[in-house]
Each structure stands twice: as C-alpha cells, then as structure tokens.
Ligand binder design. Structure first.
Ligand code: GDP
Ligand code: GDP
Length: 459
C-alpha cells in the first residue's frame, strides 16, 4: 500500500489548489465509487521522484447547511483515518483562526502524524501568520505557496522519509490496536500546555539500543500507576509514571513492535516509529548504544527532534559494559558537540538500563531539558542583553547601510522562540543570527534546546 497523505484544514486556505498542484492530471475521483462518500477526492501525487496518494478534503465548502462544522469534523476525521499522515494547511496571510484551532484539536485527538503547512507564503504578508503558526504546537510550519508552487522541495524533504518507510514496509503485520480511546480524554492528545498534563517523553534510538529494557526498568523502579496502555499511535505503547508527583508518559517505540512479532525489517520499522514518537513528545530521549554511539540513524533522529522543536536528551546506554569510562565519556562529549552543533550543550547522560544505574540522572536531565524548553525571558532583560550584544559586535551593513536591531521579545516557548524587530530583515546574515542564538543559549542558560529566532521589520 502506498503512502497516503490527507490535506486537511478549514475552507479557503488553499487545499484544492495544493491538491491540484500535487496531482496535476493524475486525478482519480473517489466520488464515482459506490459506497464512498462524495466529499473526498483522491489522486496520485508527484513531487520530483516521490509518488504517493493524496486525499483532499476540500469538498466540504459546498456544504451550505448549518452543520458545516460537524461535517467538517467528520470529513477530516475520516481522511485522517485513511491517511498515514496529514498535511494541515493554514493561511499564513490570515494567521491562526479559531477554526484552525478546532482542526488542530481534531488532529491531536486522532493522534495523527501532522505536517503543518502555512500556505500563501509568497511575498511578505505572511510573516505574522507564520509566527502564530508555531503556537499551534505542531512544530515548525513548512512554508508553501500552492498557487506559485513554492515550498515544494521542503515538502519533499519532509515527506521523503515517510514515503520511503511506507514503501519499505512490505508486510504490514502489526495489528490495529482495537482499544477504545476515550475521545473526550484530555490526555488523548499530545502536548497540551498545562501542568496537569503528563510530561510526554519519547525514547527513541536504533534497534537494540536498549529502549525496551530502559522503559521496563523505569517502570519497575518508579512503580507503575497504570499498566501499559494502548498507545496513542498504533505503533507505540505509552506507560505512565509518577515522578515525585509529576505525571509522566513515556512512549516505548520498541515494545509494541516486539509484541507484534514483527521481526523482518525491524530496523526500518523502528525508524518510522521513531519519527512518529518524536511528533508526540515534548522531550525526546535519544538512546545510544555505548558500543556504537552516534550512528547515522541516531543523528538523524536527534536532528529531526531539533527541527521539530523538541527538547532533547542524549542517553548513552550499556554503560555497565564499558571498560574505560573516563576516556569514553570525554570522547562522547566531543563527538556530541561536533556531530550535533544544532543542539549545543544538549544533556548527555550515561545509563545502564540493565542495572538501573544512572536512571535518576536521566530523570533529572529530562526534567531539566523540559524546564529549559519552557523557559521565558522577560522583554526588559532581552533588550538589555540585545544592546550589549550589538555593542560587542554590530550587525552587518549590506551595501553600506547597517541593519538596525530595534527591539526584541520572546514570542513563544516550547521551544523558546524570539522575534527581533529590525530595519532590513531580508539582509540579515546567517552568521549574525547564529551569534545571537548562541548568545541567548549561553547568557540565558538554555543549553541543548532548539532556539528559534525570527527577524522582522516593524511594518
Ligand atoms: P480550499 O478551500 O482550502 O480548498 O482553498 P482553495 O484551494 O479553493 O483556495 C482558496 C483561495 O485561496 C483561492 O482563491 C486560491 O486562489 C487562493 N490561494 C490558494 N493558494 C494560494 C497561494 O499560495 N497564495 C495565494 N495568495 N492565494 C492562494
Ligand atoms: P531495543 O531494541 O532498543 O528495545 O533494545 P532492547 O531493550 O531489546 O535491548 C537490546 C539488547 O541490549 C538486549 O539483549 C538487552 O539485554 C541489552 N541491553 C539493554 N540495556 C543494556 C544495558 O544497560 N547493559 C547491557 N550490557 N546490555 C543491555
């Protein structure tokens, strides 16, 4: 079965335009088939060498009845169920509306794998809406202009691993978990920013890194509140823990697969499980095997976690089996900084899932990373800091006109994101932005967390 992407979102954001661009003439009307509702269009999409199925939910605009919202909801839910992933489209010119938020909520409830897309991004009018998009908590939006065909390569980059994984999943033997998920259970969705929510942690890593052993050990040590419950996704199991009164939910991406006795292609499967788990998590624990640390797969998932804006902790497992621990830790720290510069200062802890050593430190690192990820810096402190940074190192002056940095504020947390108002944002150099990000990291003590920085003009 080929990979299926559902395009969802409120009317008028550009779903049909995007669908048409992706499908071109290769359109198969689902409408003609008996028993299939008329609202969903399906087509064979193509971006460069990628081929996949795309479902369009735009038909609902034709609905003029008063139950538009209900129809919208049902249609979206059905599309989500049919699809491997959803492209959730918002209109960057309009920003995030209340209706967009309803859609985001549906996707959360359904535990869909979501790619957030901000459409109509051509030109400048889109910047404000883009910023708002982060607040949906669905990660970094991909910028599209369906009408002008912009952003297709970014979409390609995001979809490529998903499509490849789906294609390689020759036999989908994992059973559907047939467990009732309470639709009204507020815990059913990921990442809702209140403290009553369990902290969502994903343990990801290559096969045999020791993920299952670790989760079992944590369970054994922390006293289980509820048994392993049916996963939020059909590929993951989550377990609930209580860390000194703080509820924690840990996704074990390995356990379910093992239960399903999927032995073949375990490696590939676990990659896509990992990708999904990253989407659900607030904190991503990348579990390495001390004997073979920082493999390509490990780096890929850490990078994905960064791009998705998750807090990251690196845990090096099987530490009990290491002979020269001092030398090794030195080497690991160096490699970590070298191979993951985008996560400078990321906490690195050594553990033994088998013996339980280091699990208390892992716990502290997870809570610490979550803390940093939630950090808020006051506007007055930021502007004081910005002044000092400019003085130490003035911004570039392209064409002889120095860019003026006027004002700075923190636009969001989880992860921390900052907006700098300046005279000529388009001309700002990467190097200077990096200087500011690195400075923020050091001066406001935000190691290891993704930091976002946007340059905006005042207009
Ligand atoms: P849908 O209801 O979500 O399927 O939205 P449509 O695809 O019908 O598009 C709604 C309106 O937005 C139409 O007038 C499109 O021409 C316009 N539109 C779609 N994509 C873009 C875009 O990338 N930029 C701009 N400026 N307009 C767009
Ligand atoms: P998963 O595929 O990531 O879930 O890995 P498992 O939890 O199934 O562990 C893979 C293998 O590594 C098993 O044989 C475990 O016994 C072993 N293992 C896991 N944790 C440790 C550890 O801390 N030390 C040692 N020496 N072996 C471990």
């Amino acid at each position: 079965m080929s990979f299926t992407l559902a395009i969802v979102g409120r009317p008028n954001v550009g779903k049909s335009t995007l669908f048409n661009r992706l499908v071109g003439r290769r359109l198969a009307l689902v409408d003609d088939q008996p028993g299939v509702t008329r609202d969903l269009r399906e087509g064979e999409a193509k971006i460069a060498d990628l081929r996949f199925t795309v479902i369009d939910t735009a038909g609902l605009e034709d609905a003029t009845d008063d139950s538009l919202q209900g129809r919208m909801r049902r249609l979206t839910e059905r599309a989500v169920e049919m699809a491997d992933a959803c492209l959730f489209v918002i209109d960057a010119r309009v920003g995030v509306t209340a209706v967009d938020e309803i859609f985001a909520e549906i996707l959360r409830r359904k535990s869909a794998t979501v790619i957030l897309a901000a459409n109509k991004c051509e030109g400048r009018a889109a910047e404000a809406g883009l910023l708002e998009a982060y607040a949906l908590g669905l990660g970094e939006p991909v910028r599209l202009s369906a009408e002008h065909g912009e952003g297709m390569m970014d979409l390609y980059t995001l979809l490529k691993p998903m499509v490849t994984d789906a294609e390689e999943r020759v036999t989908e033997t994992a059973p559907e978990t047939d467990v009732d998920v309470d639709e009204d259970d507020p815990d059913a969705g990921p990442r809702v920013p209140t403290w009553e929510k369990p902290l969502q942690v994903a343990v990801v890593g290559r096969p045999n890194a020791g993920k299952s052993t670790l989760v079992n050990k944590l369970l054994g040590e922390e006293r289980l509140l509820t048994g392993p419950e049916a996963g939020i996704t059909r590929d993951a199991i989550s377990v609930r823990l209580d860390w000194d009164g703080l509820p924690v939910r840990i996704f074990d991406t390995a356990g379910m697969r093992k239960k399903a006795k999927v032995q073949e292609k375990l490696e590939k499967l676990s990659v896509s499980d990992g990708l999904r788990a990253v989407k659900f998590a607030e904190v991503v624990v990348v579990l390495l095997d001390a004997a073979i640390p920082f493999e390509q797969q490990d780096l890929r998932i850490a990078d994905l976690a960064e791009r998705e804006g998750r807090a990251v902790v690196i845990a090096v497992n099987k530490w009990d089996a290491e002979a020269d621990k001092n030398e090794k830790i030195q080497m690991l720290r160096e490699e970590c900084e070298r191979l993951l510069p985008q996560l400078r200062g990321v906490p690195l802890v050594t553990v033994s899932a088998k013996t339980g050593r280091g699990l208390d430190r892992l716990r502290d690192a997870i809570l610490g990373a979550h803390d940093v990820w939630n950090r808020r810096v006051t506007t007055s402190k930021l502007n004081q800091w910005l002044g000092a940074m400019i003085e130490a190192h003035p911004p570039p002056a392209p064409g002889g006109r120095r860019i003026k940095l006027r004002y700075m504020t923190q636009a969001k947390t989880r992860p921390p994101g900052f907006v700098v108002m300046c005279s000529n944002p388009k001309e700002m150099s990467e190097a200077y932005s990096r200087y500011l990000v690195n400075g923020l990291r050091v001066d406001f003590d935000m190691p290891g967390t993704p930091i976002r920085l946007w340059m905006r003009s005042q207009s």
